[in-house]
Design a protein around this ligand. Structure first.
Ligand code: SAM
Length: 259
């Protein structure tokens, strides 16, 4: 079972990340930008790939997320990471030029991902790679039988992203958007995000984190979510249905600056 640093079940959406970002062209000494770095999980991963001779600049608009990322510290055999408060919807500071620009579940939250992509291309060195893991709302989840509770959670989550102004179709638009910025597509894959039977689900943790946002946007109330009994009800539904649940899809797209 995947486990996060905190001991809670890890988000299985991240299991697609290592193979993809390892293949994104980060080399020893690379200068890497991680956009929407959150708690710095991906920043630390790419810092290991870039090694002590490299450099990682990680940006997020959330001071709370940046504080968590900074608190996690660096690693001796990895590139140093500096964290900066940046709103990707605004003009980007001059952060210098980068060999590789990465992001995971970030462009989908932006009101105009295409405009941000254009600004990111402006920070890329000639030949640089831009590699993103993004998601899209789909006809999910599915499993061996109907999953009404999982379905409700899925709908609440995506309704919240939409209410916040995110683009719930971004995963499906990414190749097109990257091409329109003049990038040549080097990889474009899709990987199912699975919840396996008999393993603790990450969904209770995700719903606890997201509950204030669901309430803020009137997507669901605490009475509807019933957080105190949610973990048990999720487990009961999965046990009753059995088998693997296909929960989500990760779109893994890398493009190269040509010329
Ligand atoms: C789902 S989290 C992903 C975090 C991290 N990339 C990861 O995969 O662990 C989305 C992150 O994007 C950040 N974000 C959303 N909109 C942003 C914006 N306009 N500018 C900068 N960061 C933003 C959020 O603060 C949050 O940390």
């Amino acid at each position: 079972m995947l486990q996060s640093v905190s001991g809670a079940p890890a988000n299985p959406a991240n299991s697609a990340s290592p193979r993809f970002f390892e293949s994104a062209g980060i080399r020893t000494g690379s200068r890497v930008l991680d956009i929407g770095c959150g708690n710095g999980d991906l920043s630390r991963f790419v810092a290991r790939l870039a090694g002590p001779q490299g450099e990682v600049v990680a940006v997020d608009r959330s001071e709370a997320a940046l504080a968590l990322a900074r608190a996690a510290g660096g690693e001796p055999d990895a590139a140093p990471i500096t964290y900066h408060a940046v709103d990707l919807a605004d003009d980007l500071h001059d952060l210098g030029r980068f060999d590789v620009i990465v992001g995971r579940r970030v462009l989908m939250y932006l009101p105009d991902a295409s405009a941000t992509l254009a600004r990111l291309v402006g920070l890329a060195k000639p030949g640089a790679i831009l590699a993103f893991q993004e998601h899209a709302r789909a006809n999910l989840p599915f499993g061996l039988a109907a999953l009404p509770l999982h379905q409700r959670l899925y709908d609440w989550i995506w309704d919240t992203v939409a209410a916040e102004g995110g683009d719930v179709t971004l995963g499906l638009r990414l190749v097109e958007q990257m091409r329109s910025q003049g990038l040549s597509i080097a990889q474009a894959r899709n990987e199912g995000v699975l919840i396996q039977p008999g393993e603790p689900s990450f969904l209770p943790t995700l719903m606890r984190i997201m509950l204030p946002r669901l309430i803020e946007h009137s997507v669901a109330s605490a009475e509807e979510v019933q957080p105190d009994t949610l973990a048990q009800r999720i487990e009961d539904e999965h046990r009753a249905v059995g088998g693997t649940i296909v929960w989500d899809q990760a779109f893994l797209v890398a493009g190269q600056v040509t010329g």
